[in-house]
Design a protein around this ligand. Structure first.
Ligand SMILES: Nc1nc2c(c(=O)[nH]1)N[C@H]1C(S)=C(S)[C@@H](COP(=O)(O)OP(=O)(O)OC[C@H]3O[C@@H](n4cnc5c(=O)[nH]c(N)nc54)[C@H](O)[C@@H]3O)O[C@H]1N2
Ligand SMILES: Nc1nc2c(c(=O)[nH]1)N[C@H]1C(S)=C(S)[C@@H](COP(=O)(O)OP(=O)(O)OC[C@H]3O[C@@H](n4cnc5c(=O)[nH]c(N)nc54)[C@H](O)[C@@H]3O)O[C@H]1N2
Ligand SMILES: [Mo]
Length: 766
C-alpha cells in the first residue's frame, strides 16, 4: 500500500461536538458522494416508521421517532451507500488486481458501489463478469469437494439482517460446520462471553427509557461523539437534568466535553452547547480491571465504615442477599487486594479512585456503558465481569434507570448472534434445529476469527466466505492474515463496495454485489422488509427506499439461498421459496427461538418489540440461578507487563482506534475533527513527556515495532507523532493501518478478541 497523506495538519478542536461542524460535513459529504435527486429525501426516511434502519450503528432510536433524528454518522453511512459512483465490469477491465492493491483503503472506498457479480481470472489478474447461477455453482463445487465441511469458514459482519443471518447459519450447519468467525469476535465478545457468567445473558440490561431516569452515568472506553452520535443526544438530556456523567478513558475525548445538539435549533443558533462529562478519569491502557476492582474495594470500605458508624449501608445488602451468590469470597478477595497494586496497574491516583467511587455510590440509579476501550485487551472478559460485580454490589441491575449498557457497533451485530451466528452454539439450540429441520447439525465448536486465520495458515481452512465486512483489513496480524487468505482455494465476498478483502483473494475468488439496506428489496414482485436488533434488544423492521445501485444486484438473503440451493438442493428447507418471502424466514426463526413468538405480527407494530433479556427482569440464567460474583486476581505477568520489564520506560502501549471519518475499515475521509487531525491518518498520539523522553519532537515521523515473543517481526512504518492528552506510556493510532502490529496469538482470555487496544510497541525514527 502506498503511503501518502504527508501534508496533513494538526489543530486542536475548540468547539463543542456535533453542531455546525457536523452539519457542514454533511453538506460537503452529500455533494462529494453525489447523492442525487430523490435520494436526498431518502435521508429523512432513516429510522422512520416505514423507513429503513440506519446502517450507521447499533444505538437504538426513540420509537423510530417522528422527526428526523440528525446524526452525522448515519448520514455518512447512508450517503456512502447511496453514492452515484459505480464499480462496473468496465472498471475491473481497466484495472488489474495488482494495480488496485496500490491504492489506499480510502481510495478503494471512493470508487463506489459494485454493480455485477465478478470472478477472478488469474491469467489476466482481473475480475471478470460471471452469471449469478454460475457463481453459485462455483461455490457449490468447492464446498462439495472439501473432504470435511470444517475446511470452510463463513464470516459475518454485523450489518446482515436477521433473515439473511438465520438462513446463512442454517445453510452452513446443514452443510456441516460451526465455523462462524464474525466481527463480534473482534468487538464485544468479552461482553457476550463475560456477562453470561455473572448475570446469565450476554446482552445489556437497559433500554433507552432508562436514560431518562439515571442520575449517574459512567462511560467506559467509548467515543460516542464519533461512533454513536445519537448517544450524545441522550447524554445531553441526562446532563441537563443534572445527572453526573463521568468519562473513563485514557484519551480525554473532546466529544465528551461539550455537545451542541443538531436536534435543538436554539443551541445551533446561539452557538451554545451543553457540557457533558463533569469528570474525566484517565486510566492507563488496559488498566480498567484494576480501576474497577479498586472502585469495588473502596465501595466495600465505605460500607464497612458506614456500618461501624451506624450509618445506612453503602452496599445493597438486600439485592446481594436475594439475588446473588459468591459475595463473601468476592469481598474477602477485595479486602486482601493491595491498594498499591491497584493504583499502579490502573494508573489512576488513589484520590481519583476515591472521588470516582464517591460518584458511583452517591448514584441511586447508575448506568455503566462501555465500548471497545474495555473489550480489546487480554483481560477484557475479567474487566466486563468486574464491572458487573461492581454494579451488583449496589443493586444497580434490573431496576429502572440503572444497569449494564454495552454499546455495540454494527447495526445488527447483536441480532446476528441472537439468530445463530455463533461458533460455540449451545447444545439446546442445536437440538432445536434438529427438531425443527430434521437434520443432524455439527455438535463440535467451530472456529472464531483468530482460529480461522490460524487454520488457513495451517492449510486446514480452504474456502472462505464473507457475508459482508472486510476480513483482510479488520483482522490482526495483517501479513499473516493475508498469507492465510491467499492460500485458500476459494474466497467469496458478498459486499456493497470494493475493499481490501476483494484484492487479497484465494486461488479462485468471487465478488458478489449486494443490495444495501437503504435499497428496495423486491422478491417475487413484493418489496421485502428485513429485521434487525439494536444494542438494547429492540427488534424492528426495515424497508429500503432507494432504487438499487444496479439492476444486477441481489439481496444477501437471495444469494445465501442461491448458494445453499446449489450446494444442498432443497434440503433441509426450500431455500429459494423462503428467500422469495422473508416473512416465511421469520416464521422459521420463531419456530427455533421462543422469544420470537408472533414475530411477524409484533415486528409489524411501529417501533417493533423488545426481545426479552432475562437479567433485566432479575431472572438469572446462571448455573446457580443467581447473579454470580466472580473473583479476579490482577495479572502480574501479562505479556504487556513482561515487555515493560524488559524494555523499561521506552516500552509504549498502543491502542488502535477509529478516527472521526471512518467506519471501521471504510475510510470516508482523512480528518479526525474532534482530535484536531486534518488530511492524514498516519499519526500516533503520545504524551509530550514521552515524546521528549524518547528523544523525539512533536511532528517527527516514527516507525512502530511490536514487542512479542514468537520471533516474528511486526512493524508499521511512518507515523507522525502528535502530542496529546494521554497518560504516560500510552499511545493511540488508527486502525486498520496499525493492524500489522497486533499479534495473532494475542487475544482476550476466554473471549478470543484480538488485543487491539493494548499492543506493546517500541518506536524508532523513520
Ligand atoms: N463513525 C463510526 N461509527 C462507528 C464505527 C466507526 O468505525 N465509525 N464503528 C462501529 C463499531 S463496529 C463499533 S464496535 C463501535 C466502536 O466505538 P467505540 O467503542 O467508541 O470504539 P473506538 O473508536 O475504538 O474507541 C474506543 C474508545 O476507548 C478508549 N480506550 C482505548 N483503550 C482504553 C482502555 O484501556 N481503557 C479505557 N477506559 N478506554 C480505552 C479510546 O480512547 C476510545 O475513546 O462504533 C460503531 N460506530
Ligand atoms: N486494530 C483494530 N482492529 C479492529 C478493531 C479495532 O478497534 N482495532 N475493531 C474491530 C471491530 S469492533 C469490528 S466490528 C471489526 C469490523 O470488521 P468488519 O465488519 O469486517 O469490517 P467493516 O469495515 O465494517 O466492513 C466494511 C465492508 O462491508 C461491506 N458492506 C457494507 N455494507 C454492507 C451490507 O449491507 N452488506 C454487505 N454484504 N456488505 C456490506 C462493504 O464492502 C465494506 O467495505 O473490526 C475489528 N478490527
Ligand atoms: Mo465493532
Amino acid at each position: 500500500m502506498s503511503i501518502k497523506e504527508d501534508d496533513g495538519t494538526v489543530k486542536p478542536y475548540t468547539h463543542a461536538a456535533a453542531g455546525w461542524g457536523a452539519l457542514k460535513f454533511v453538506a460537503l459529504n452529500l455533494l462529494k458522494e453525489r447523492v442525487q435527486g430523490s435520494n436526498y429525501r431518502m435521508l429523512f426516511g432513516q429510522n422512520q416508521p416505514g423507513g429503513f434502519d440506519c446502517p450507521g450503528c447499533a444505538w437504538p432510536d426513540r420509537e423510530h421517532a417522528s422527526t428526523f433524528e440528525f446524526c452525522e454518522n448515519g448520514v455518512k453511512a447512508v450517503a456512502a451507500e447511496s453514492t452515484g459512483k459505480r464499480v462496473t465490469p468496465a472498471f475491473f477491465a481497466a484495472h488489474t488486481v495488482t494495480e488496485l492493491m496500490d491504492e489506499t483503503d480510502y481510495e478503494l472506498e471512493q470508487h463506489g458501489r459494485l454493480t455485477d457479480p465478478m470472478v477472478y481470472d488469474a491469467v489476466a489478474d482481473r475480475y471478470m463478469p460471471i452469471a449469478w447461477e454460475q457463481a453459485y455453482a462455483l461455490v457449490a463445487r468447492h464446498l462439495q469437494a472439501l473432504p470435511s465441511p470444517d475446511q470452510a469458514a463463513f464470516y459475518t459482519s454485523g450489518r446482515a439482517s436477521n433473515e439473511a443471518a438465520f438462513l446463512y447459519q442454517l445453510f452452513v450447519r446443514a452443510y456441516g460446520t460451526n465455523n462462524f468467525p464474525d466481527c463480534s469476535n473482534m468487538c464485544h465478545e468479552a461482553t457476550s462471553r463475560g456477562l453470561p457468567q455473572t448475570v446469565g445473558v450476554g446482552k445489556g440490561t437497559v433500554v433507552l427509557e432508562d436514560f431518562e431516569h439515571a442520575d449517574t452515568l459512567l462511560i467506559f472506553g467509548q467515543n460516542p461523539a464519533t461512533n454513536h452520535p445519537r448517544m450524545l443526544g441522550e447524554l445531553r438530556e441526562c446532563a441537563r437534568r443534572g445527572a453526573t456523567i463521568v468519562s473513563i478513558n485514557p484519551l480525554r475525548e473532546r466529544g465528551l466535553e461539550r455537545f451542541t445538539s443538531p436536534q435543538h435549533p436554539v443551541e445551533m443558533l446561539t452557538m451554545s452547547s451543553t457540557p457533558i462529562s463533569s469528570m474525566f478519569i484517565q486510566p492507563r491502557l488496559s488498566g480498567d480491571l484494576a480501576l474497577i476492582k479498586a472502585m469495588a474495594k473502596r465501595t466495600l470500605e465505605l460500607d464497612e465504615e458506614a456500618q461501624a458508624a451506624g450509618a445506612p449501608r453503602v452496599l445493597d445488602a438486600d439485592f446481594i442477599g436475594r439475588h446473588t451468590s459468591g459475595f463473601e469470597a468476592f469481598a474477602q478477595d477485595l479486602r486482601n487486594e493491595s491498594w498499591g497494586l491497584l493504583v499502579a496497574e490502573s494508573g489512576v491516583p488513589r484520590e481519583q479512585i476515591e472521588a470516582l467511587t464517591q460518584v458511583f455510590v452517591r448514584g441511586r440509579r447508575v448506568i455503566c456503558t462501555w465500548g471497545m476501550g474495555l473489550t480489546q485487551h487480554k483481560n477484557s472478559l475479567l474487566t466486563v465481569t468486574m464491572l458487573s460485580n461492581l454494579m451488583m454490589m449496589r443493586g444497580q441491575i434490573g431496576k429502572q434507570g440503572a444497569g449494564l449498557c454495552p454499546v455495540r457497533g454494527h447495526s445488527n451485530v447483536q441480532g446476528n448472534r441472537t439468530v445463530g451466528i455463533e461458533e460455540q452454539p449451545s447444545q439446546a439450540f442445536l437440538d432445536r434445529l434438529q427438531q425443527v429441520f430434521h437434520f443432524d447439525p455439527p455438535r463440535h465448536h467451530g472456529y472464531d476469527v483468530v482460529r480461522t486465520i490460524e487454520a488457513m495458515l495451517a492449510g486446514e481452512v480452504k474456502v472462505f466466505m464473507g457475508l459482508g465486512g472486510n476480513f483482510a483489513s479488520a483482522t490482526p496480524d495483517t501479513p499473516r492474515t493475508w498469507a492465510g487468505l491467499r492460500q485458500c482455494e476459494l474466497t467469496v465476498h458478498l459486499a456493497t463496495k470494493l475493499n481490501r478483502s476483494h484484492l487479497v483473494h484465494g486461488k479462485e475468488a468471487l465478488l458478489l454485489p449486494v443490495l444495501g439496506r437503504t435499497e428496495i428489496d423486491m422478491q417475487a414482485g413484493r418489496a421485502q422488509g428485513v429485521t434487525v436488533e439494536d444494542s438494547m434488544s429492540m427488534v424492528h423492521i426495515s424497508f429500503g427506499m432507494n432504487q438499487p445501485a444496479s439492476p444486477n444486484l441481489r439481496s444477501e438473503t437471495a444469494i445465501v439461498a442461491g448458494i445453499a440451493h446449489a450446494t444442498l438442493g432443497d434440503a433441509p428447507i426450500d431455500w429459494l421459496g423462503h428467500a422469495a418471502d422473508y416473512a416465511r424466514i421469520r416464521d422459521l426463526i420463531e419456530r427455533v427461538f421462543d422469544d420470537f413468538h408472533d414475530y411477524n405480527a409484533r415486528v409489524a407494530k411501529p417501533g417493533g418489540f423488545h426481545l426479552k433479556v432475562a437479567s433485566r427482569e432479575m431472572e438469572w440464567s446462571t448455573a446457580s440461578g443467581k447473579a454470580q460474583f466472580l473473583v479476579h486476581p490482577i495479572d502480574r505477568a501479562s505479556p504487556l507487563q513482561r515487555a515493560r520489564e524488559r524494555h523499561g520506560e521506552k516500552l509504549m502501549t498502543l491502542m488502535t482506534t477509529r478516527s472521526h471519518d471512518q467506519y471501521n475499515t471504510t475510510v470516508y475521509g482523512l480528518d479526525d475533527r474532534y482530535r484536531g487531525v486534518f488530511g492524514m491518518r498516519r499519526v500516533v498520539f503520545a504524551n509530550a513527556d514521552d515524546i521528549a523522553m524518547l528523544g523525539f519532537a512533536d511532528g517527527d515521523w516514527v516507525n512502530l515495532v511490536s514487542v512479542w515473543d514468537d520471533g516474528i517481526e511486526r512493524r508499521a512504518d511512518r507515523f507522525r507523532l502528535v502530542s496529546y492528552d494521554i497518560p504516560r506510556g500510552c499511545m493511540a493510532a488508527y486502525y486498520p493501518e496499525t493492524n500489522p502490529l497486533v499479534p495473532l496469538s494475542s487475544y482476550a482470555d476466554g473471549a478470543g478478541t484480538p488485543t487491539s487496544k493494548s499492543i506493546p510497541v517500541l518506536l524508532e525514527a523513520a
